[in-house]
Structures are given as C-alpha cells and as structure tokens.
Design a protein around this ligand. Structure first.
Ligand code: UD1
Length: 346
C-alpha cells in the first residue's frame, strides 16, 4: 500500500512524526510531500530534524500568499504529484490551507483521501481553519477522528459511516518528548508564562492585536511570547511593539524546547489549538485568547479557560492550577498505530 502524506505547516510536521514512524513499522510505502506553506528553518526543518521525520520526498515550495493564491498553487502542484505517484491513500492532516489543497486536488481525480484529525469544529465560520476542516471532512473517504466529540460532529453532518475514532496523534509525540526532555534535565522551572498568538482573528486588526499586547504587557508575571512569523509581520505592519511591560519576545521554539518551556512554566496563554492541548496534557493551566475552542475537553475543571473578553486577564491567568482529574480524552499515546491499522482496513 502506498500513502502520500501532504504537509506544509508547523503543526502538521508534529502530526506527521508518529504517522511516519507507524507507517514505516507497518511496512507501508510512504511518500512525504511538503507544500512549502511554512519555510523558515525554525518553522519547518527543525521539526523534521528533532522529531526524526524522513526528509520530504517532494517540496512544492509554494510559500506565503493570500488564501486563494496559496491554495491554488498548492493544488496545481499536488495534482501532478498524485498523478505521478498513484497513491492508495492521500493522507491530509489538520485544518490548514495545505490540508484543503490536498483534499481538493485529490477528490477531483478520485484519489482516496484520509483526513487525520477529522471532525474538529469551532462553529466559527470566520476562521479559515473551520472552512478548511469542514470542506476536507466532506471530501474525504476516511475520517480519522481524535475524540468522541469529533465523532459526534461527524455523525451530525451525516459522515458517521466514514468515521473512525483513533485518538490524537499529537498526544503520541508529546508523551515521548515529555519523557525525553525530563530525562535530559531540560526543564528549568520558573515564574513565567509561555505565550503564543498567531491566529488571523487576533492579528489582522490593529485594534484587536493592540488590546492583546496591552493585556499581556500588564500581567504580573513574565510572559515569554514566542513570536510566530505572522505575529511579527502583523505587529510590524500595524506599528506595534511586542517588547512591552511583562512581555519578553523570543523566537519560536523547536518542539522539545517548547515542551520543556511549558513543563517549566506556571501556565500558558495562547490562541493555538495544539498548545491548549499540550498544556492540558502537561498539567499546566491554559488561558485561551479565543471565543471558542475545538478542544472542548480541555475546559473541564478549569484547566483551560476562554478569556478573549476577560475584563481582568491577570485574575484568569494567575488562577491556581486545578487539581481535578482530566481523564484521557485524547487517547493513550497510540493513535498513530490505530490510524495506520484503519488505513490498512484491518
Ligand atoms: C497557518 C495555518 C494555521 C496554523 C498555523 C500554524 C492556514 C489558513 N493557517 O497559519 O491554521 O495554526 O499555520 O503555525 O493554513 N511566514 C513566514 N515564514 C514561514 C511561514 C509564514 O514568515 O515559514 C509568515 C508570512 O508573513 C506569512 C504569514 O507568516 O504571510 C502567515 O503564514 P500562513 O502559512 O499563511 O499562515 P499561518 O498564520 O502560519
């Protein structure tokens, strides 16, 4: 069986790592196509190196651009790759423009599509990711869902027959990396928060971004803001400085360093999906600067709090670490193996 994985943006490399290992173990033929959506070394290459992912077989080098131009350019490249490779499965990951380009290019030419991380919903149609994931789920033949909640969304949309609950593959990687960084003594505990802001909804408007920067700057604790290139570009465009008050701006971290930083922190303030879940799985309280979350399981017991409109952000982020049990809503760290078994139809 031949699987073509389509990846391009940072969180997809993290999801690819356990999938590539599980496919290798199962003896599948696996071709990795990188669309080039992310291209800075600290947004791409470092993940392949640290997570020991085989180098991409093909890189389309599409780069940044407006949604239509970027997605269209990817589709043109992918169409040719699929024709050349004739895969048994086109495997797409998550909810980025790379995901949608892979799904649209494949469905028109009748290549079977599997969507990993299917069924997540924010129900916020102004998010590009929401559009990407809904359209991808409806184009796909096999839906590999991370949670029961995701399975429920797929059922409501009439997609239950194609859906399989496999668990969350990011949990697979996270547990391995957590154990490795702890064994290597890479965790330095300190009184700081880890923060990331990159969503279009939070960075595109000057007033919205200025408000978030001011709220972070006023916190009574060091805020290690790991500056995604989109945030850097938008702050510059809006004439806003990130070097303000409690904020200590820093470059985005490689994955093991990120996990170590969260483990050493008092908590997380973010608009990232993956980081909300990572904080939850690493026993750190998360404050999410969004009106909703796809990872609703993290909200149980106050481990994650949605606080975009909080009048007093300090009160929310400085809340005591919850003590309630979180259960295992994201699986047992073997989701990739289950996903591969499902791909094989066993
Ligand atoms: C994309 C995904 C988002 C995901 C995020 C993870 C879409 C619609 N969004 O958002 O779901 O959470 O990746 O990081 O697909 N840039 C660089 N170097 C890079 C990559 C980007 O400088 O390597 C800058 C460019 O100015 C670019 C901007 O970041 O225009 C945005 O990049 P893009 O890939 O369009 O979206 P992200 O915000 O990264």
């Amino acid at each position: 069986m031949k699987v073509v994985s389509v990846v391009g943006a940072r969180p997809q490399f993290v999801k690819l790592a356990p999938m590539a290992a599980a496919m290798d173990q199962a003896g599948l033929q696996h071709i990795i196509v990188h669309t080039g959506q992310h291209y800075d070394p600290n947004m791409s290459g470092v993940f392949f190196a640290d997570l020991k992912i085989p180098a991409p077989d093909i890189n389309l080098e599409v780069g940044s651009g407006a949604h239509g131009a970027q997605t269209g350019q990817m589709m043109a490249g992918l169409e040719k790759v699929f024709t050349d490779q004739a895969p048994d499965w086109v495997l797409v990951y998550g909810d980025t423009n790379t995901t949608l380009a892979g799904a649209l290019a494949a469905v028109k030419d009748h290549w079977p599509i599997a969507h990993l991380e299917a069924g997540l919903r924010s129900f916020n149609r102004r998010m590009p990711e929401e559009i990407n994931r809904v359209l991808t789920d409806h184009a796909a033949d096999l839906l590999l869902a991370p949670t029961e909640v995701a399975m429920g969304h797929l059922a409501k949309e009439g997609l239950a027959a194609r859906a399989h609950l496999v668990g969350d593959v990011m949990t697979d990687v996270l547990y391995k990396v957590r154990d490795a960084v702890t064994a290597q003594n890479l965790v330095a505990a300190g009184d700081y928060l880890v923060s990331t802001i990159h969503r279009a909804e939070n960075t595109d408007s000057k007033a919205g971004l200025a408000r978030i920067i001011d709220q972070l700057a006023a916190l009574p604790i060091e805020v290690r803001l790991l500056v995604h290139p989109r945030l850097a570009a938008k702050a510059k465009q809006h004439g806003l400085s990130l070097n303000k008050g409690a904020i200590k701006p820093a470059q985005p971290l490689a994955y093991p360093q990120m996990v170590a930083a969260v483990l050493g922190s008092r908590g997380v303030v973010t608009d990232s999906g993956g980081l909300q879940k990572e904080a939850f799985l690493l026993d750190r309280p998360c404050t999410t600067l969004r009106p909703e979350t796809e990872w609703t399981e993290t909200l149980a017991g106050g481990w994650n709090v949605l606080a975009l409109d909080a009048a007093d952000l300090a009160q929310v982020v400085m809340r005591p670490t919850p003590t309630t049990s979180r259960g295992t809503p994201y699986g047992d760290g073997r989701a990739a193996q289950k996903a591969v078994i499902t791909l094989l139809g066993e």
